[in-house]
Design a protein around this ligand. Structure first.
Ligand code: FAD
Ligand code: NAP
Length: 251
């Protein structure tokens, strides 16, 4: 199998200067909702590998084309400034196979699925929640998107569409940590769990008895949230030892 499949940029959206969604036509690449692929560009001369590739979660549901990826431009990063500079029609390379176990199918039975994301960690949830599976597996699904600034609360139309498609089963909680934003919770996810504000916002308890939590994004958020959940008896899920918490860290 070839190391890379050549795709083509089919669309691009700059949500802010740093937040970009890239649509890529590469129909031969398939995945399960929640998985990540790899995007790559040719390495500059003198680099020891021919291509520079990094993992990115699929944002589109598996039955929708083109593929979509949502990323933040890391200043000085070897790949993201170049991905952000691509134009429609430009080539971009993808790994032929998707990877990862951050999928609803890996989650054991629970009443409520809590999807907790920071920043671009929203992406895999947008894919999962636009498939039928979570809605047949859980009575309620809560999506929390925690960002620094209100302008980073992206994909609001898609999230509203999920709410319309799943009336009564879906709750969305935006969180903004670095400015006051009406309608959003203030601060960080672990603190809002610890002091009960998150549960109060949706009117649902978050406990080992009824819930499974999927955490995605900033590794410090993933660590801190796991600690708060552990205090409630919620432990990391493993295939051989079912638990209540599934994680994907982005760096
Ligand atoms: C399984 C997996 C899935 C991923 N999916 C995504 C995704 O869907 N979207 C995405 O933006 N990134 C994602 N990443 C991170 C991505 O692979 C790159 O690391 C990132 O885009 C930076 O690439 P770079 O080469 O420009 O900079 P690098 O030199 O690789 O920069 C690394 C540094 O940038 C910061 N950083 C990296 N990613 C992020 C991020 N997402 N948000 C905030 N700060 C970050 C960290 O401080 C990190 O140490 C994923 C990583 C993993 C392991
Ligand atoms: N090019 C640009 O203009 C630009 C702009 C912004 C960011 N960036 C880059 O992108 C990176 C930041 O991206 P980002 O804002 O998406 O991600 P982020 O730093 O992970 O912030 C997203 C959210 O996660 C929260 N968070 C951070 N640590 C946490 C923890 N331990 N527990 C719980 N929540 C936590 C943040 O809260 P707090 O606010 O309290 O930390 C914020 O609400 C930076 O490394 C920077 O290089 C670039």
């Amino acid at each position: 199998m070839a190391a890379w499949v050549e795709g083509r940029v089919a669309g691009k959206r700059h949500w802010t200067q740093a937040l970009v969604s890239l649509q890529v036509a590469a129909p031969e690449v398939t995945f399960a909702a929640g998985q990540f692929g790899r995007l790559a560009l040719p390495a500059p001369p003198g680099h020891n590998e021919p291509m520079i590739g990094r993992p990115y979660s699929f944002v589109n549901p598996p039955d929708a084309q083109p593929h979509e990826f949502y990323f933040i431009v890391v200043p000085g990063g070897p790949l993201t400034p170049r991905l952000a500079a691509l134009a429609v029609g430009d080539p971009v390379w993808l790994a032929p196979r998707a990877n990862g176990f951050f999928c609803v199918g890996e989650v054991p039975p629970a009443d409520v699925l809590w999807c907790l994301a920071t920043g671009t960690g929203l992406g895999p949830f947008l894919s999962m929640l636009r498939t039928p599976e979570p809605w047949s597996r859980f009575q309620r699904v809560v999506l929390v998107h925690a960002v620094r600034r209100a302008e980073e609360l992206t994909y609001r139309d898609e999230i509203a569409g999920i709410g319309r498609a799943q009336p009564g089963a879906f709750a969305y909680v935006p969180m903004v940590s670095r400015e006051a934003q009406p309608g959003a919770l203030a601060g960080r996810i672990p603190a809002a769990i610890a002091d009960g504000r998150l549960e109060a916002a949706v009117g649902i308890a978050l406990s080992a008895e009824n819930a499974h939590a999927m955490l995605c994004g900033n590794p410090a958020m993933v660590d801190d949230t796991q600690q708060v959940l552990a205090a409630r008896g919620m432990r990391r899920h493993r295939r051989k030892e079912p638990g209540h918490v599934t994680v994907e860290t982005y760096w």
